[in-house]
Design a protein around this ligand. Sequence first.
Ligand code: FA5
Length: 340
Amino acid sequence: MSDLNTLEQRALAELTAVADEDALRAWNTRYLGDKGELKQAINNIKNVPADQRRTYGQEVNRVKEALTAAHDSAVAREKEKALERSLATDRLDVTLPGRAVSRGRLHVATQVLREIYAVFADLGFQIYTSREVEDDLHNFEYLNMPPHHPARDMWDTFHTTTRGVLLRTHTSPGQIHVMRQFKPKPIRVILPGMCYRYEAITTRSEIMFHQVEGLAVGKHIRMSDLKGTIVAFARRMFGEQRQVRIRSSYFPFTEPSIEVDMDCIVCSGKGCSLCKRTGWLEIMGAGMVHPAVLKHGGYDPDTFGGFAFGMGPQRITMLKYAIDDIRQFWGNDLRFLQQF
Ligand code: FA5
């Protein structure tokens, strides 16, 4: 018992002399730790004569509680001292300007897509989201390209390991989905989305790029409607003075097929390096929907007609901002992206 008393007095005396948090930890290990002196006193209980064990046990508990309480208040005291020290030495200048948080922004591809959506929304077009993984039927066959049709070579295709399943090479297969869903009603939609082509990456060509398809189907749709829509789009997107030129072309799913040029936004037709001295920039492929495609979509080509167009927003963005390399779009270089 007197050993316990001595232990308690010694521990408390040492605790008052403890000067910092390290010393306090050392004290705790020495007296209250797993291998500390108090633990030894508890283990010693088996050597105490049986008739004194109860009193000894009670005394050990009392000493343990006393030391624990003293330790807790020493911890609080040390924390208080540490706070006072830091208040005295660390200074906070609340007048310093804050660090600017850099704000994210929309990718230039998204910005231009949204501009295109706004123009076509004003012209009465709805947005239809079609799928990126397609089957051969929709990407080719229903678009008037049966197996072995030579025009399939116009689109270098990523095939999946499942036969007949591929990544769409253009947004045109969406025409079939939308027609089958809306038939027999008139349609006026744009179909934006990512397309994939297994081709060499160059300054003008990527293996993944956006297209915006347009489709109008109705009973009285004519080539002049297509032309009016294209002119309205070009002027809203690139300036009210824009001139549009139509050239004859070939797509299996339109007849007749055209390609559309717009007078160069830099030189207004005089000839410069952007338009390669021609005065014209190509902006899209288009045409009147082929009767075979209307039929596959569930519309009777004797009653219904339609026009369709397909443009590449990345190429359009390159024209708009004089970007000379399409690889910048998905290169994730912040110096490029932050300019928009
Ligand atoms: C087509 O893909 C047709 N489906 C367009 C169409 C739709 C015609 C409806 C008629 C009726 P084309 O392969 O030319 O056509 O592609 C259309 C546009 O997509 C091009 O003018 C170009 O802007 C863009 N494009 C095509 N390939 C790439 C590529 N590798 N990288 C970036 N843009 C591309």
